[in-house]
Design a protein around this ligand. Structure first.
Ligand code: HEM
Length: 471
């Protein structure tokens, strides 16, 4: 996820904004399709050319959308393309030294220690917590009158916050959820205030320090609560619940040197990882679900097919993690919604350590390299009729010939999303649980405008009416 609203601050797209972006003025801007909405700096060329590069006041930039180029930057030569110091610093200010804000040996050790808590077996153990949250959430909707007006984007945030509190801490305590919610929204407000000033040498440093101080003060309540939970788990690990926090407290680094200092995570490191997981996992999954509801409300045929699958497989009972392999169409609906509306529309900008070549294009040492799922997922050369919602693209036959890196909602390479299996399971289970009972419709006259902050958001919410399904 890019740390900044890249239309404001990224050297790459700041550059893209300059030449030609204002030509043709208002008329051309109005004609621009939905695909450029969240990033006004994107030009049509970027959705047609595999690689677009140039120079700006801030240096060279390259927008890479060729799957072979993505592989080169994120996988084959990933060591040459670390995240920019600016992006890392920004995430450190938000969450301390968690996975999103660290690099090099520290990042490698944390990633190694945390990986087992996110492997498919551990994720399967979180299934009941997800299912329980979905069930409780349904009783909240059941208490509303039929046809009630809701903001779906807010509803999904409430639900995914409960899910993450349960999977991480095994808690549904309102006090903890409020502490987390408050810390997250202050963090996201700080992210939203990022702009081009952050790139200036002295002013940028000053702004960053001030932001770090504000955020550290604002998360003190949550920090105390996490520290108390870590102490309680350490005191009696054998009796601790099998949640993510216990896994992190118990984790050992298998590669730690014998006789070294344990090789696990310290309480401060655990705190930073927990806050990172909340930040990285809550808005993204809420956004994915909300965009899925939006596209389904616009496509009655696909919505009917989804419900037919749910009725056939579940016959009205609540879904569990065991149902996941039997819900292929539900999975495709989520995958296709993530193609059109990736929750992380731009990956963190990478900076070339040394000169390189990407698909025959020279990359200068120090160049900013940007990879945008938003652009790649709507790219003319990679997808037929890219603006169309068509879940069958993800069926086995049609997916077979597609390059691996034409689709990257979770990024790729060593820094791929650690929570991707959890996020997919959670999204499918929640959609299945709610869609079998409800058919949310877009409220009359509602405007849906995508807005890229750290994640892809709805500029003015997602106003829907909640219709119950008739038996
Ligand atoms: C649909 C939901 C999600 C989406 C679309 C998503 C997307 C992403 C993407 C694109 C990245 C890579 C960013 C880059 O390369 O610049 C990332 C990293 C990360 N994600 Fe997710 N994510 C989701 C859910 C989650 C969940 C549920 C968790 C944890 C519970 C999580 C934890 C993380 C962490 C810790 C990283 C940093 C990994 C590292 O740098 O080693 N994400 N995510």
């Amino acid at each position: 996820m890019t740390a900044l609203d890249i239309t404001d601050a990224s050297p790459t797209l700041a550059g893209a904004l300059a030449p030609g972006a204002s030509k043709g003025g208002e008329r051309q801007r109005r004609k621009r399709s939905q695909r450029s909405q969240p990033f006004p700096g994107l030009t049509d060329r970027m959705f047609e050319e595999p690689i677009v590069s140039g120079r700006t006041l801030f240096g060279s930039y390259m927008l890479v959308s060729d799957p072979a180029g993505v592989r080169r930057v994120l996988v084959e030569n990933a060591a040459n393309y670390p995240k920019t110091a600016m992006d890392l610093r920004f995430f450190t200010a938000l969450f301390g030294g968690g996975l999103l804000g660290t690099d090099g040996e520290v990042w490698r050790r944390h990633r190694r220690v945390m990986a087992p808590a996110f492997d498919p077996r551990s994720v399967a153990a979180y299934g009941p917590a997800i299912a329980a949250s979905a069930r409780e959430f349904l009783s909240r909707w059941d208490a509303l009158p039929d046809g009630a007006a809701i903001d779906m984007a807010e509803e999904m945030k409430v639900l995914t916050l409960q899910v993450i509190a349960r999977t991480v801490f095994s808690t549904d305590s309102a006090e903890i959820i409020d502490l987390i919610g408050g810390t997250l929204s202050r963090g996201l407000d700080a992210a939203a205030q990022a702009n081009i000033l952050d790139l200036l040498p002295v002013v940028g440093e000053w702004r960053m320090r001030a932001r770090e101080r504000r955020l550290a003060a604002s998360s003190a309540g949550l920090d105390h609560a996490i520290a108390a939970m870590v102490r309680a788990r350490e005191a009696n690990l054998a009796a601790a619940p099998a949640d993510l926090l216990t896994r992190l407290v118990a984790a050992k680094d298998e590669e730690a040197k014998p006789g070294g200092s344990g090789g696990g995570l310290t309480p401060k490191e655990i705190r930073d990882e927990i806050v990172t997981i909340f930040m990285a996992g809550h808005e993204t999954t809420a956004g994915t679900l909300s965009w899925t509801w939006y596209v389904l409300s616009q496509r009655p045929r696909e919505a009917a097919r989804l419900r037919a699958e749910l009725d056939a497989v579940l016959a009205g009972r609540p879904p569990t993690a065991e149902d996941l392999p039997n819900l292929p169409y539900t999975r495709r609906v989520v995958e296709e919604a993530m193609r059109l509306f990736p929750a992380a529309p731009g990956l963190s900008t990478r900076r070339a350590r040394e000169a390189d070549e990407v698909c025959g294009h020279p990359v200068r040492k120090g160049a900013a390299v940007t990879i945008m799922p938003w652009v790649i997922h709507r790219h003319r050369r990679l997808w037929d009729d890219p603006e169309r919602f068509d879940p069958d693209r993800f069926g086995p036959e049609r997916a077979a010939g597609r390059p691996r890196f034409a689709y990257l909602p979770f990024g790729a390479g060593p820094r791929v999303c650690i929570g991707q299996v959890l996020a997919m399971n959670e999204s499918i289970l929640i959609l299945a649980a709610l869609a079998q009972r409800y058919s949310p419709r877009l409220a009359p006259g509602a405007q849906v405008v995508p807005q890229a902050k750290v994640t892809l958001q709805f500029k003015t919410g997602l106003k829907m009416t909640l219709e119950r399904r008739r038996p």
